[in-house]
Design a binder for this molecule. Structure first.
Ligand code: B1M
Length: 208
């Protein structure tokens, strides 16, 4: 019988082979895909999120865990779709116009996916118009903006204004090294997260 605790451990340790093997075994035994996702994969990523926030693990460990999760998800995803399992919510995230930094944004995406969100990656140097266009196209419930430069933070304000002017009602969330809660409040963002693990908590709160 597939051991979901061992699956969580495989994610925490970033053991891709074990993560994929246990996921395949659980599916072949007829275990519901949602159980494998929730009690195995997401449970493991949750532990990584808590440890990352507490500075007990660092970016490399998070990336390794996320990679193991991604490999297992490739096996599980078609079965989740077949079973009609709905994601926690839909988010789209991009690095704002003029900014090419994407390491932090990618971490946020991995953690959100790890928590069960569907996430659309808009890439880097995303203009306000592009955010608006994609928001209409994807109907994402959460729109995430990342910025790493003091000079590109202003593009966050422009983007949030453009989204409001276009009548987009999705929740906005901002983050990145120079961004603060005070700045998020000033530009009218609905949420701010200082790190990728907190971004998951904020995204969940925004949907409630
Ligand atoms: Co750049 N860079 N860089 N750089 N770079 C910084 C940011 C800088 C602080 C370095 C320095 O001078 N000490 C400085 C900014 C100064 C400032 O504005 N205050 C700087 C500069 C000046 C520049 C250039 C202008 C340099 C030049 O060309 N003269 C140039 C700008 C290019 C551009 O964007 N237009 C530039 C270029 C680059 C590289 C391309 C070489 C490379 C980026 C590669 C890439 O991302 N693919 C790079 C890098 C790597 C850095 C540093 C070294 C590392 C950034 C990083 O990835 N951190 C950085 C110095 C540093 O931080 N030590 C620096 C790790 C990452 C996990 O953290 O992105 O903060 P972070 O993400 C965190 C949180 O902030 C949060 O969660 C993440 C995980 O916990 N978070 C969110 C991030 N986005 C979020 C979104 C959310 C929620 C949370 O909701 C949506």
């Amino acid at each position: 019988m597939a051991d979901l605790k061992a699956l969580s451990e495989a994610i925490i340790k970033g053991n891709q082979k074990a993560a994929v093997d246990i996921t395949k075994q659980a599916l072949s035994e007829g275990m519901p895909p949602a159980t494998i996702l929730g009690d195995g994969l997401i449970a493991g990523m949750n532990v990584i999120g808590v440890r990352f926030k507490a500075n007990e693990v660092y970016i490399p460990e998070v990336l390794i865990a996320a990679r193991a999760m991604k490999m297992a998800m490739e096996v599980l995803e078609p079965k989740l779709v077949e079973a009609g399992v709905k994601p926690l919510g839909k988010a789209m995230i991009g690095t704002v116009q003029g900014d090419l930094h994407d390491i932090g944004k990618n971490l946020v995406i991995m953690m959100l996916k790890g928590a069960g969100f569907e996430v659309i990656d808009l890439g880097v140097d995303v203009s306000p118009d592009n955010f608006v266009e994609k928001a209409k196209e994807t109907k994402a419930q959460i729109i995430g903006l990342s910025a790493l430069l003091t000079t590109t933070m202003t593009a966050m304000e422009k983007t949030i204004r453009a989204l409001k002017e276009a009548g987009i009602s999705a929740h906005t969330m901002v983050g990145g090294a120079p961004v603060t809660q005070a700045y998020a409040d000033k530009i009218g963002a609905n949420g701010y997260a200082a790190d990728a693990a907190t971004a998951v908590d904020v995204a969940k709160k925004l949907l409630n």
